[in-house]
Design a protein around this ligand. Structure first.
Ligand code: SF4
Length: 300
């Protein structure tokens, strides 16, 4: 879809967004308001996020190091150095997971070519398209040989969650599609392949996008962006001044804000960082411990 012009012929201002921002709107507009407009404080940190951050940071530093230094032992050392204990039940649980995660990173790097130099490590890429100024930070961008004898970019996203992923997950990921489009624009090279590297299972879920599949994702992103940007406009013009009345429990003000930023309560609200601010989310979900996502192995 072409970008509409304003009446005076000047191009319409692009709406800046990231995949996370779009996903937040799609998941729950109230959460979007808490996150991006009101900047409310989050709940306690999650242990699985601490673990994921440490592993991501370790893999980043592993690739930044000279290739001769890229050994499994160095990956272990980096995870141990980057470790965060936030969200774990106690020191014993944190230490057990530090050791497990260091081993997981070491096993993963064995499967990678230490002599390959990625084109990007935690690289921010961006593209202006479909009325949006898209941007995102990619875990890793490889440059690999393509079937026609040339070279193309490959988007690599590290995953440390419990469940293995499938090619359907790679295909349906709006974030990965946005990274492809943005990497093309930023690095001015061909790109179509996306890969989810699931470290706990040592598996890779991949998908090769076509122009049609990318266009479908961009169309969806544009639709979400239009809804979110229109709501933001309403926030700035009409709703932000009602914030004090909302805080005071004024039913009319609350209804006006909720009409534009409705809550989407579900059992998944257990994982929402803003659950403590949200009675609807509390009614719909259980309070869970910050180490719950570690799963059955939480007692380690
Ligand atoms: S707790 Fe649930 S309904 Fe409330 S803001 Fe979070 S996701 Fe939305």
């Amino acid at each position: 879809m072409t970008q509409p012009d304003t009446l005076d012929g000047m191009p319409k201002r692009l709406w800046s967004c990231t995949p996370t921002r779009l996903d937040t709107w799609l998941t729950c507009p109230r959460r979007y308001r808490f996150t991006y407009l009101e900047h409310r404080s989050k709940g306690a940190p999650w242990a699985h996020n601490s673990m994921g951050s440490a592993v991501h940071a370790a893999l980043r530093d592993w690739y930044v190091a000279p290739s001769a230094q890229r050994t499994p032992a160095y990956a272990t050392e980096l995870v141990e150095r980057q470790w965060l204990s936030d969200g774990f039940r106690d020191t014993a649980q944190s230490e057990a997971w530090r050791s497990r995660s260091a081993q997981m990173a070491a096993s993963y790097v064995v499967t990678q070519d230490a002599d390959e130099e990625p084109v990007g490590i935690e690289r921010t890429v961006s593209a202006a398209t479909h009325g949006m100024a898209l941007s995102g930070r990619v875990d890793r961008i490889d440059l690999r040989a393509s079937a026609d004898g040339g070279e193309e970019l490959v988007i690599v996203d590290y995953k440390t969650g419990r469940h293995p992923l499938t090619s359907d997950d790679a295909r349906s990921s709006l974030a990965l599609a946005i990274y492809v489009v943005s990497a093309r624009r930023t690095l001015r090279m061909r790109a179509r392949r996306v890969e989810l590297h699931h470290l706990p299972s040592a598996t890779v879920a991949a998908y090769e996008h076509t122009e049609e599949s990318l266009e479908r994702h961009l169309g969806r992103a544009e639709q979400i962006a239009q809804e979110a940007s229109a709501a933001e406009q309403r926030w700035r013009t009409d709703l932000e001044p009602l914030a004090t009345s909302v805080a005071d429990g004024d039913a009319e003000a609350i209804a006006a804000v909720d009409a534009v930023f409705p809550a989407v309560p579900s059992t998944g609200c257990s994982w929402c960082d803003y659950r403590r601010w949200c009675p609807a989310g509390q009614d719909a979900s259980q309070e869970i411990a910050s180490w719950t996502a570690l799963g059955a192995r939480e007692t380690d």
